[in-house]
Design a protein around this ligand. Structure first.
Ligand SMILES: Cc1ncc(COP(=O)(O)O)c(C=O)c1O
Length: 477
């Protein structure tokens, strides 16, 4: 029997890998140890449809409404919607609900690809707000409230503002100041908190640990959270929180049912229910343990002489961004070394390896990561003695500078990537992960973009939009 996917998954799980990637539950242990093992044993039998008593995701009045209420309480919001199509579906629905067809939205240029997809669905015109570069790290940083205000003043007809916070690396923007700028102009603020579903609970249970506050607390109108990325629900489950009265819930609900499957998975929704239950009952202990494990990891990791870790103001420390370039190791090589020790990570950018911790990580996971990092130090003492330092690689300029923009091409053709400089992009080019388009439709592709894509492919990274023949879709000349 050919069981390609199944065999891969079972072989991988059978090796007991250490997960520092999504999802946040990190395997069955957290369910079994907290009293949800019976559910796992019966999961296939729980895969049902909307039979009597099972409620309906798109007209909630029973068991699903109860879970929504739990989240409403947990996040302290007006309404919390369960999502079965990831944050992606929630982000698209939120945009379609807040921006009129053919209207304008102000969006951070480093938004996730799902947000760009929403634009094409309703012919919405984007106005890009550019993130700053995180000084000294070569990665994208926060989006300032001044940049948002500048975009809004230049585009008073824009209906809403959307940005990611935290970004993929854990860097947060000052949502409170941004919300003030947005609200004093009478507009709506949508925050893509896909990477920060846990922040609300650090706010509650680890207030002394210096984590950024949740966007719900800081005045955003709609906040979308991928509970699957850092908390304990299954991959693809997420939440959309409505925080203010500025949002028309009737329209939002209509857009949510447009964007999601009409056969939502009950096992997946059950894991959202379990995640809420876990947070309500043992959440305090789990979050405190998580914060302590992180403290101890950062303290010990900092003792390794050639290791750098990102730490800054308004930063979510659950993302462990590790740079060991002082040992002559680029990010891909470091990832390779960690994999040999059975440790799987989330993302490489230049020399930085991002290890994504989650609620399901236990102390021994952090210890295994530390001992793998210490082993590198021991093996490469000579290197650090010589202080051979590779500078962090730059993010593509396309994300921090304005690429020339033209009308989105109506007629298209495919050309070789190496010949695409100066041509107008007709279909987004998206390195994955992190899923941020490096060129969007209407932007003029330049040499910088081409070089970045070539380098990503050389490092075996995926680039959505690049064909297997190395061609890209551009406007016809
Ligand atoms: C910043 C950001 N927003 C949104 C998403 C989409 O989230 P989901 O995978 O839950 O659809 C991602 C996915 O990685 C992301 O990185």
């Amino acid at each position: 029997m050919n069981k390609a996917i199944t065999s891969f998954l079972m072989d991988h799980a059978g090796r007991n890998p250490v997960s520092f990637h999504m999802p946040g539950h990190k395997g069955s242990r957290i369910y079994r140890e907290n009293g949800y093992g019976d559910f796992l044993d019966m999961i296939m039998d729980c895969d049902i449809t909307e039979i009597p008593g099972a409620d309906n995701l798109f007209q909630t009045e029973g068991i699903i409404a109860e879970t929504m209420k739990k989240y409403q309480r947990l996040y302290g919001v007006k309404k919390s919607y369960l999502l079965v199509n990831g944050s992606s579906g929630g982000l698209i629905a939120a945009i379609l609900a807040c921006v009129k067809p053919g209207g304008k939205i102000i969006l951070a240029r480093n938004c996730h690809k799902s947000i760009f997809n929403a634009l094409s669905l309703a012919s919405i015109e984007p106005v890009y707000a550019y993130p700053q570069e995180a000084e000294g790290y070569g990665i994208l940083g926060e989006i300032s409230s001044a940049e948002i205000a500048r975009c809004m003043d230049a585009n008073p007809d824009a209906d809403a503002v959307i940005l990611p916070s935290p970004n993929y690396y854990g860097i947060c923007s000052d949502i409170k100041s941004i919300a003030e700028e947005v609200h004093c102009r009478g507009k709506i603020l949508i925050v893509d908190q896909a990477h920060g579903a846990h922040l609300k609970f650090f706010e509650k249970h680890a207030a002394d640990k210096g984590f950024p506050k949740s966007a719900e607390k800081q005045g955003a109108d709609i906040v979308i959270n991928s509970t699957h990325k850092t908390l304990a629900s299954f991959t693809q489950s997420a939440l959309l929180n409505v925080v203010s009265d500025r949002v028309n819930q009737f329209i939002l609900e209509d857009k949510l049912q447009t964007m999601e499957s009409s056969s939502p998975s009950y096992p997946m929704m059950a894991t959202l229910d379990i995640n809420a239950d876990l947070l309500e009952t043992t959440g305090g202990k789990l979050i405190k343990d998580w914060a302590e494990n992180l403290d101890s990891f950062y303290k010990e990791a900092k003792k390794i002489p050639g290791l750098s870790l990102i730490e800054m103001e308004n930063f979510d420390r659950t993302k462990l961004n590790i740079d060991m370039s002082a040992y002559g190791l680029g990010g891909n090589e470091l990832e390779e070394k960690l994999m040999k020790e059975g440790i799987f990570i989330e993302l490489v950018t230049g020399n930085i390896v991002m290890c994504m911790s989650g609620i399901g990580n236990v102390r021994s996971d952090y210890e295994k990561l530390l001992s793998a990092l210490k082993k590198i130090d021991e093996e490469r003492q000579d290197f650090i003695a010589g202080r051979v330092s590779l500078r962090p690689e730059k993010q593509p300029k396309a994300l921090t500078k304005v690429l020339e923009q033209r009308e989105i091409p109506k007629e298209k053709e495919f050309v070789q990537l190496s010949e695409a400089a100066g041509r107008v992009c007709a279909s987004s080019l998206i390195p994955y992960p992190p899923g941020i388009p490096i060129a969007c439709p209407g932007e003029v592709i330049d040499e910088d973009v081409i070089e970045y894509i070539k380098k990503s492919r050389k490092a075996d990274e995926k680039v959505i939009g690049l064909t297997s023949d190395n061609t890209v879709c551009v406007g016809k000349q």
